[in-house]
Design a protein around this ligand. Structure first.
Ligand code: PLP
Length: 304
């Protein structure tokens, strides 16, 4: 029997109103999303054929588009339909789905931002993990960088933006020091977040995470809910690098992997040097509840 090859097996994109294989998706060079990092995105995951917190992601996307004064060419219902179509066309059961707005460009010769035609794009890839399985299993090795996360007085950190040169350079610093990822600090020297994740620590049966200067991650919000369900206290506060170093457990939270243990910071072990009990309990609870349909939107195939 001949099998037809899925043209979207590596991923699928939606741009300018049509779908194409991910390798063919393009942003015009003059789009200010590219030239000025003038963009907003949101990323939602699909596990076992179910979106997680889809409506919450759509809320955050819309709220941030308003903050950035983007005029969205699609309604919320149309965006939701595009995202569902992307996953259905891809055939992926586990996927990483990103929706984004770019500023577009004004007519040639004009620099007035208000004359840009804002553009909506989206794409769907096989599920992406923040770290490979063996690294997640033994715990990530992270580096705390003196590089400051772009100030929240300059760019609102609750917008899921692409101002990532601080993270990118921090990552090179981490690789040079033998670590796999980086955590940036703020102007006071306190912990903020890292490339694609929020940071948590466990101390005396309670969870602590930075209160400000960070993206209000959807997984971070989920961790707060899990804590309530599991009877664990969670606190938003400021965390110094020294305090993080002396934590019993440290983990990262992200759409790209859930809760991921960190077992080394700057070459020094955290706690026992193994993924901690609370981290493992909450991560198991996260994935179990997801499989059971917690906060889920099922992706049904259209009726024939
Ligand atoms: N912080 C930053 C800077 C991020 O880019 C991300 C996700 O990409 C997160 C935190 C985690 O957010 P979420 O849990 O919504 O994936």
């Amino acid at each position: 029997m001949m099998t037809e090859e899925n043209p979207y097996q590596s991923g699928i994109a939606y741009t300018d109103g049509s779908f194409c294989p991910i390798e063919e998706a393009r942003i015009p060079i003059l789009d200010w999303g590219f030239l000025r990092s003038d963009a907003n995105q949101d990323t939602v995951s699909v596990w076992n054929g179910m979106f997680f917190r889809l409506e919450d992601h759509l809320d955050r996307f819309q709220r941030n588009n308003e903050k950035l004064r983007f005029k969205i060419p699609l309604s919320r219902d149309e965006i939701r339909t595009v995202l569902i179509d992307l996953v259905q066309e891809s055939g992926f059961q586990n996927a990483y789905v990103q929706m984004l707005m770019t500023r577009g460009r004004p007519p040639i010769g004009v620099r007035d931002l208000r004359m840009c035609e804002n553009r909506f794009h989206a794409f769907c890839l096989p599920y992406i993990w923040l770290a490979p399985e063996e690294v997640r299993h033994r715990g990530l090795h992270a580096h705390i960088s003196p590089i400051q996360r772009i100030s929240s007085h300059s760019v609102d950190p609750t917008i899921k933006h692409y101002h990532w040169l601080d993270f990118q350079m921090g990552l090179f610093e981490a690789y040079d020091s033998g670590a796999e990822t980086v955590i940036l600090t703020d102007s006071e020297g306190n912990i903020t977040e890292g490339p694609g994740f929020n940071v948590f620590m466990v101390e005396k049966n309670s969870l602590f995470t930075p209160a400000s200067g960070v993206l209000e991650g959807m997984t971070r919000r989920t961790v707060f809910e899990l804590c309530e369900l599991e009877g664990i206290r969670s606190v938003e506060t400021s965390i110094s690098p020294e305090r993080l170093h002396s934590a019993e457990e440290v983990f990262l939270s992200s759409t790209a992997g859930g809760l991921i243990p960190v077992t080394q910071l700057d070459g020094l072990s955290i706690g026992s040097g193994k993924p901690g009990e609370t981290t493992l309990l909450l991560n198991q609870s996260y994935w179990k509840r997801r499989l059971e349909g917690w906060h889920a939107t099922k992706i049904h195939d259209e009726e024939p």
